[in-house]
Design a protein around this ligand. Structure first.
Ligand SMILES: *Cc1c(COP(=O)(O)O)cnc(C)c1O
Length: 396
């Protein structure tokens, strides 16, 4: 049997290679950070991590994690409801709710699981999910697992959202679902307008703050802070794998009845292991740090502003952004790959994206800014972009 199946797999893998879509992994031998070392010995500046607040290698989080290893051990060997809940899990849930000004939080092993397990227990055939066309894969998969009627609106298109809300008007409950920041453009969901429409058409809202928590809003509380809607959104999901330390873990936070039902019925929560206590401990420390001071959020905002202004001044075509994502539009797929390869030779690590990851003819390089970057890092990146931009004829 396997001989035939192997041929089938080899054929598929070749198709992926021939389409130029084969993903190779670069191997890092240092901690994650602004400067990383690759197994080739090359040292590069990292502009493609979701390490927005630079917490992936933060001393204080490492200390909190080490202390938890000593007093709570390594693993839980259990799901939450059997014997996988420690005081640290409960405290982190409380801290995340305080952070977003919500009522309660439920932790998952990843935000992929939070999104995978949020819809099916809460909605059924009589209900409607109205989802942005550029929502994250985990939202799309979560929606697939749910029996609710599905409606889709074009990315951040409020006229289309209104159209879909009208179509869904006879359903029992309506839930609008959106990413807070869309990761390919860096644009922020127009949550103020979504909120208005939700009120007008009697709908609830779910926001995935994975790319916006820690980043958007003056104190990094995400899009609900940016639009003054803290505490007003029914469901927020997010990750501990980006701004919030970068290790692992996800959460759903929001109305307490929603969270209570998820604890009873959400399958990735009921049937998958509890996060290690050391991750919960570092998460608690992370929220404390972000509450005690705004240093990291401020630095990230300054860095993003500085870099994006610099890129525009150089003459690059930058997508409008309010996040720490800067999409440098090149439009041509091959150009995006050549550009990224040349930047790596200059010691700048970024990724070029093209169809089907982004729309056809919309190839780009995505730069992700971090509070870990110092001014000289940003200047070095700007210089490298200028040099390669001229070399490849992108800049005059
Ligand atoms: C990264 C991301 C996720 C997945 O988060 P994990 O915790 O890594 O599973 C979910 N939603 C969005 C919008 C993301 O950007």
């Amino acid at each position: 049997m396997y001989t035939n199946y192997k041929d089938h797999l080899d054929k598929t893998l070749n198709e992926i290679r021939e389409a130029g879509l084969y993903k190779n992994e670069r191997i890092i031998v240092s901690p994650q950070g602004a400067e990383i070392e690759l197994n080739t010995g090359q040292k590069v500046l990292n502009f493609c991590a979701n390490n927005y607040l630079g917490l992936s290698n933060n001393k204080s989080l490492i200390e909190a994690a080490k202390a938890a290893l000593d007093d709570h051990g390594y693993g839980m060997s259990s799901v939450r409801f059997i014997c996988g809940t420690t005081d640290l899990h409960k405290e982190l849930e409380k801290k995340i709710a305080e952070f977003f000004q919500t009522e309660d939080t439920i932790l998952y092993a990843a935000c992929f699981d939070a999104n995978g397990g949020v819809f099916e227990p809460l909605l059924s055939e009589e209900d409607a999910i109205i989802s942005d066309s550029l929502n994250h894969a985990s939202i799309i998969d979560g929606v697939r697992l749910c029996k609710a009627q599905r409606y889709r609106y074009q990315n951040a298109d409020m006229a289309d959202l209104e159209e879909q809300l009208k179509l869904a008007k006879d359903q029992r409950f309506r839930l609008i679902v959106t990413d807070g920041v869309f990761s390919m453009d860096g644009n922020v969901a127009p949550l103020d307008k979504i909120y208005e429409l939700a009120n007008r058409y009697d709908a609830m809202i779910m926001v995935d703050e994975s790319h916006s928590a820690g980043v958007v809003g003056n104190t990094g509380r995400g899009v609900t802070e940016l639009y003054n809607l803290k505490g007003k959104i029914e469901i927020i999901t997010g990750t501990l794998g980006k701004s919030f330390g970068g290790a692992i873990g996800g959460f759903t936070t929001g109305k307490k009845e929603v969270i209570e039902l998820l604890r009873q019925r959400s399958r990735p929560y009921l049937f998958s292991n509890s996060i290690p206590p050391l991750v919960a401990a570092a998460g608690i420390r992370m929220v404390e740090m972000m509450t005690e001071t705004n240093t990291l959020q401020d630095k990230l905002h300054r860095n993003a502003e500085y870099f994006i202004t610099g890129m525009k001044k150089l003459g690059f075509d930058i997508k409008p952004t309010k996040s720490a994502i800067c999409a440098v539009m090149l439009y041509d797929a091959k150009l995006s790959q050549d550009f990224a390869a040349k930047l790596l030779n200059e010691g700048i690590y970024v990724i070029g994206f093209y169809y089907p990851v982004v729309a056809n003819g919309q190839a780009r390089i995505r730069v992700q800014l971090s509070a870990a970057h110092e001014k000289e890092h940003l200047d070095k990146a700007l210089k490298a972009f200028e040099k390669i931009g001229k070399e490849l004829g992108v800049l005059k």
